[in-house]
Design a protein. Structure first.
Length: 370
C-alpha cells in the first residue's frame, strides 16, 4: 500500500475522444485529478502505474472491452478493491448490465450522464479513498512506533543485563583486591606486632597493654575486611557452589534477623554455570531482605531443586502476605530487578501473597543443558 497516492485520482476510460474531454472538464471543474485512457489496454497500463480512487469505464470499446479490462483490474492484488463504475449507452440491455457487475462493477450508469449524480457518486468514492489513505498512513505510523518501542525495549533489557554483569564482575574484583591487599597488609602488621610484643620487657606494663589492644584492633579490622569482601561477593558461592552459598546466607540471615530459616536443598552438587548461580543467589538475597523489611514474618521455608531441566528455588514466608498490586507495580524495582535477572535464561518468577498467610515466591531458571 506504500504506493497509494496522497491525492485521489480518477481514471476515465473511453474510446470516444469527445466523451473523454467532456468528462475531464466536468471532473476537473470540481477539483479532481483526472487521468484519461482511450482503450482497455491503455486503462490496464494506467492501473499498473498508479492507484485510483475510482475508475469510470466505458463498456463498449474496440479491442479489450470494458468488461475484460475490469476483470483484469480486479484480478490484480493492488487494484482488487478499486471501485469501477460502468458507463454505457441507453441501447444496452439488462444482460450487459449483469456482465458489468460480474466483472466487478460497483455501479452502472447510462449515458447521457446527469452531471450532479455523477459528481455525487464520485465524491463518495474519493472520500473513501482519502479515508483509506489516512488509515493506511496511521497503521504504518503505528507499526513504526511499535517497532521502535520493541527495539528500544530490547536495547534497554540488554543494557540492564550488561550493567548487572559488569557490576557483579566489579564486585568480584574489588572483593579480591580488598581481601588480598588489605588482608595481607593486616597479616603483616600482626606479625610485626607479635615481634615487637616479644621484644618488650615484661615490666613495661603500659606498652604490653597497648600492644594487646592493637592486636584486638587488627583482628577486628581483619573481620571487617572479610565481611566487606563477602558482602561484595561471597567466596562460598565461587568455591563451594550455589547450595552451600544459600545455606550460608540463610544462616547469616537467621543470626541477624531472628527469623528462622528452614532449608530443603539438593544433596548432590548442582551443575550450574556462574551466571545462573549468581542470578539465583542475588535473587535469594533480595527475597530475604524483602522478608525482613516488609513481611513481619517469623519463619522462612526455602526449597531448591532441579525440576524438568530447570533450577527451581522456592522461598515462602509466614508474614503478612504481599499485596497483589505491589507484585506488578512499576515502583517495585526490587521485584523488577529479579525478573530481569532471570530473563536472559528464559526463566520466570511467580509471586503469590495471601493476606496474613504469607508470601510465596517461585523462581525458575532453565539450566540450558541439552
Ligand atoms: N515478603 C514480602 N511480604 C510482604 N510484602 C512484600 C514482600 N516482599 C515485597 N513486598 C512488598 O512489595 C513491595 C515491592 O518490593 P521491592 O523489593 O520491589 O521493593 P522494596 O523492597 O520496597 O525496595 P527495594 O527492593 O527497591 O529496596 C515492597 O515495598 C513491599 O510492599
Ligand atoms: Mg526489595
Amino acid at each position: 500500500m506504500d504506493s497509494v497516492l496522497s491525492q485521489a485520482c480518477i481514471l476515465v476510460v473511453d474510446d470516444d475522444r469527445k466523451n473523454r474531454v467532456a468528462m475531464e472538464e466536468l471532473l476537473q471543474s470540481s477539483g479532481h485529478c483526472v487521468v484519461l485512457a482511450e482503450s482497455g489496454e491503455d486503462a490496464l497500463r494506467c492501473v499498473l502505474k498508479q492507484d485510483f480512487a475510482v475508475i469510470l469505464m466505458d463498456a463498449r470499446m474496440p479491442g479489450v472491452d470494458g468488461f475484460t479490462a475490469a476483470r483484469t483490474i480486479r484480478e490484480r492484488e493492488r487494484s482488487r478493491s478499486t471501485p469501477i463504475i460502468f458507463l454505457t449507452g441507453a441501447y444496452e440491455d439488462l444482460s450487459s448490465m449483469f456482465r458489468g457487475y460480474e466483472a466487478g462493477a460497483v455501479d452502472y450508469m447510462i449515458k447521457p450522464i446527469v452531471p450532479e449524480v455523477l459528481q455525487f457518486k464520485i465524491s463518495v468514492f474519493v472520500d473513501l479513498y482519502n479515508k483509506n489513505f489516512e488509515l493506511t498512513r496511521e497503521i504504518a505510523e503505528r507499526r513504526r512506533v511499535e517497532e521502535h518501542l520493541r527495539t528500544s525495549e530490547e536495547n534497554l533489557r540488554a543494557l540492564a543485563a550488561h550493567l548487572q554483569s559488569v557490576r557483579e564482575e566489579e564486585g568480584v574484583r574489588i572483593a579480591r583486591e580488598i581481601h588480598d591487599e588489605l588482608g595481607q597488609a593486616l597479616t603483616g602488621l600482626k606479625m610485626d606486632l607479635t615481634w615487637v610484643a616479644k621484644k618488650l620487657p615484661p615490666d613495661q606494663k603500659t606498652l604490653v597493654a597497648k600492644t594487646g589492644s592493637m592486636f584486638d584492633l587488627i583482628d577486628g579490622t581483619i573481620q571487617s575486611v572479610r565481611k566487606i569482601a563477602t558482602r561484595l561477593r561471597p567466596e562460598v558461592l565461587d568455591e563451594l557452589g550455589l547450595a552451600p552459598a544459600i545455606e550460608w546466607q540463610a544462616r547469616e540471615f537467621q543470626k541477624r534477623s531472628g527469623i528462622r530459616c528452614r532449608l530443603s536443598l539438593p544433596a548432590d552438587a548442582l551443575v550450574l554455570d556462574r551466571e545462573r548461580s549468581t542470578a539465583a543467589f542475588r535473587i535469594f538475597q533480595e527475597l530475604l531482605t524483602n522478608t525482613a523489611r516488609h513481611a513481619n514474618a517469623t519463619r522462612i521455608d526455602v526449597a531448591m531443586r532441579v525440576d524438568s531441566g530447570a533450577l527451581v528455588l522456592e522461598v515462602e514466608d509466614n508474614g503478612k502476605g504481599i499485596d497483589g498490586a505491589a507484585t506488578f507495580s512499576p515502583k517495585s524495582l526490587g521485584l523488577m530487578g529479579m525478573r530481569e535477572r532471570v530473563l536472559p535464561f528464559g526463566g520466570a518468577i511467580e509471586i503469590a501473597g495471601m493476606k496474613d498467610q504469607g508470601t510465596k515466591v517461585r523462581v525458575s531458571i532453565p539450566l540450558g543443558l541439552k
